[in-house]
Write a protein that binds this ligand. Structure first.
Ligand code: FMN
Length: 162
């Protein structure tokens, strides 16, 4: 087993993805990195009901969302578990920006997402433009957040071996 990284973004007050990401990292023996936008999201920023809110402007303007900090030792990780809440049936723009910031050639990525109900759909396919041609997206699932540590470890092991 090589070095593993869980990289996640989480935005809502419930921190659903963060909770899951921490459990996954601890169950699977991975390091963890929080993908945080340089400019943190307020409650108003993620109110998608308001057409002028920041999340809508970013989404529909296809905007980059700069990330705070860096994974300095990214070259050490061969396997990355990438977690985020599904926004508009996709990964949030800040996750795309995160992927673009690194050379991920030859690495394996497994995606875990949370959502209010949407399935994983084409979420993983939509990440392809932001990674290298030789980055393998080996798996993408929507998780409920109630997975046991045993289930999370099994998922990580299976994905890494794909
Ligand atoms: C801007 C925005 C867009 C969202 N779009 C979707 C969606 O398309 N489908 C869905 O099921 N949930 C959607 N949600 C709900 C989140 O995916 C869900 O609440 C998630 O578990 C929140 O995770 P977090 O606490 O880690 O931020 C959206 C939430 C926000 C803020």
């Amino acid at each position: 087993m090589g070095k593993r990284l869980v990289a996640y973004f989480s935005a809502s007050r419930g921190r659903v993805t963060e909770k899951l990401a921490k459990e996954l990292a601890s169950a699977s023996g991975a390091d963890i990195f929080e993908i945080k936008p340089k400019e943190p999201y307020t409650e108003a920023d993620i109110n998608w009901v308001n057409p002028l809110s920041r999340c809508n402007r970013e989404k529909f303007g296809n905007k980059d969302v700069p990330v705070e900090g860096k994974v300095e030792n990214m070259s050490e990780y061969d396997f990355i578990m990438l977690g985020f809440p599904i926004w508009y049936g996709c990964a949030p723009n800040v996750v795309n920006t995160f992927l673009k910031d690194y050379d991920l050639a030859g690495k394996k990525i497994a995606v875990f997402a949370t959502s209010g109900g949407s399935g994983i759909g084409k979420t993983a396919d939509k990440l392809r433009p932001y990674v290298s041609d030789t980055t393998e997206i080996v798996e993408a699932v929507r998780m409920s957040g109630s997975e046991s540590p045993e289930e999370l470890k099994k998922w990580a092991d299976e994905c890494e071996n794909k």
